[in-house]
Design a protein around this ligand. Structure first.
Ligand code: NDP
Length: 240
């Protein structure tokens, strides 16, 4: 039987590419999203992948949503923590609200999704937890103290949990994308985009499918010896 995978924020951008790639690799996929019903409906119409709406920032909603997905598809064996937001501001202007929203979604959201799944994965002696962090969690970025802190926190979470999951057949890994050609990046003025590309040694933005392929590999049985690791997919912009 196909393994069941859930992708948070799996209806748009990088997450949509991950959902599609997992489906193409034979997984039974559920895509979670927060509020954009139209994008979710279009995504399901295009891919046939069912979508489930809740906020990863809400623990009880995650537990209830996961129960709904498992009732529909079966036990979840692959969790991709992809949902993420930005609320950028230079620190002297950053509000407590901007700080809290980003931490609640990008860091606590990872706890909220992983925790309800952990016991089942331990009992079944198999699990794959893959979290999409960011190059800006590795190097820091001005205007993103909230985002960089959350994404760096995701890497600490990954390394700690990998140690707990190892004996139970659960691998826990992270991917740090650099600049990817998502709608957000493509919407910035061409001049700004050119200045971003100038910082990337391979001379181009990454494609969403390039991140999705990393996820498919980490989710596979072939990647069972890889845990606690971070894949940096950034075109050579940062070596860590
Ligand atoms: P998008 O903004 O294109 O899509 C975000 C997805 O996450 C949407 O499906 C959105 O749902 C969902 N989402 C947002 N908040 C929540 C929430 N509270 N609960 C559930 N779902 C939520 O994001 P990207 O594809 O650009 O980014 C995906 C991930 O990759 C993020 O974690 C981001 O930080 C990371 N990343 C992105 C980079 C890039 O260049 N784009 C670079 C490095 C890292 P809805 O459609 O309902 O809004």
């Amino acid at each position: 039987m196909a393994r069941v995978a859930i992708v948070t924020g799996g209806t748009r951008g990088i997450g949509a590419a991950i959902s599609k790639a997992l489906k193409a690799a034979g997984y039974s996929v559920a895509a979670n999203y927060a509020g954009n019903d139209q994008a979710a409906a279009e995504f399901t119409a295009e891919t046939g992948i069912p979508t489930y709406k809740w906020s990863v920032a809400d623990y009880d909603a995650c537990a209830a949503g996961i129960a709904r997905v498992e009732a529909d598809l079966g036990p979840i064996e692959v969790l991709v923590n992809n949902a993420g937001i930005t609320r950028d501001a230079m620190f002297h202007r950053m509000t407590p609200q901007q700080w809290k929203e980003v931490i609640d979604t990008n860091l606590t959201g990872v706890f909220n999704m992983t925790h309800p799944l952990w016991t089942g994965m331990r009992d079944r002696k198999f699990g794959r937890i893959i979290t999409i962090s960011s190059i800006n969690g590795q190097k820091g970025q001005a205007g993103q103290a909230n985002y960089s802190a959350a994404k760096a926190g995701d890497l600490g979470f990954t390394k700690a949990l990998a140690q707990e999951g190892a004996r139970a057949g659960i691998t826990v890994n992270a991917i740090c994308p650099g600049y990817i050609a998502t709608e957000m990046v493509m919407a910035v003025p061409e001049k700004v985009r050119d200045s971003i590309i100038a910082q990337i040694p391979v001379g181009r933005l990454g494609e969403v499918e390039e991140i999705a392929r990393c996820v498919v590999f980490l989710a596979s049985d072939d990647a069972g010896f890889i845990t606690g690791s971070t894949i940096s997919a950034n075109g050579g912009q940062l070596f860590v």
